[in-house]
Design a protein around this ligand. Structure first.
Ligand code: AMP
Length: 207
């Protein structure tokens, strides 16, 4: 099964994706791929960082190349989830072309739906593991999954959060209608405990 995860930053896409990994789906997060490139200091990482720090989208050409490379890896054969990609209509159209060539069409676009006021509270309390990218909260002194160091992403600081939400509303939200038009949209209420949301995710995806 091949899935696109939709929802505002902080809606819980990554958290649900981490649970779907246990069911054998490859987790492809463009945010994680970009942060990896920034950490390694690659040319792409250096270019991407200024957009990320400003709460803006990284240019399509950079992100699409990363996704293409990732989709060529063998673990996507068993199915994959795209988390944070596509982020605008141009990326969605390119993705459709790429997946048609690979013979791996999208089976569902899953919207994790959460109100903006909840998002702001969640993002400012979010902490991420430096080693394995696990997403936790301020309460996690070390990563509950691998024991790694938890840190606050630069773009989870209050001054950037509102900009990211504006970017989402302007550029990414229209994708809900894009996938609805294709008959692929499934929606779950993300403003509930993680396991309850996950139960709904499984029902929505029929797994
Ligand atoms: P995320 O971890 O998905 O919230 O992504 C963090 C940041 O990486 C975003 O605010 C963007 O600057 C950048 N980014 C992630 N995915 C994409 C994408 N598909 N297109 C453009 N920029 C992206």
């Amino acid at each position: 099964m091949n899935i696109v995860l939709l929802g505002a930053p902080g809606a819980g896409k990554g958290t649900q994706a981490q649970k779907l990994v246990d069911l054998g789906l490859a987790h492809i997060s463009t945010g994680d791929l970009l942060r990896g490139a920034v950490k390694e200091g690659t040319e792409l990482g250096v270019k991407a960082k200024e957009y990320m720090d400003a709460g803006q989208l990284v240019p399509d050409s950079l992100v699409i190349g990363l996704v293409k490379e990732r989709l060529a890896k063998p673990d996507v054969e068993a199915g994959f989830m795209l988390d944070g990609f596509p982020r605008n209509t141009a990326q969605a159209e390119t993705l459709d072309e790429m997946l048609a060539e690979l013979g791996k069409p999208i089976d569902a676009a899953l919207l994790v739906d959460v109100k903006p006021e909840v998002i702001i509270e969640r993002l400012s309390g979010r902490r991420t593991c430096r080693a394995c990218n696990y997403t936790g909260t301020k309460a996690d002194e070390v990563c509950p999954r691998c024991g790694g160091e938890m840190y606050q992403r630069d773009d989870d600081k209050p001054e950037t959060i509102q900009k990211r939400l504006n970017t989402y509303a302007e550029q990414t939200e229209p994708l809900i209608a894009y996938y609805e038009g294709k008959g692929l949209l499934k929606s779950v209420d993300g403003d509930r405990p993680v396991d309850e949301v996950f139960a709904d995710v499984k029902v929505a995806l029929g797994i």
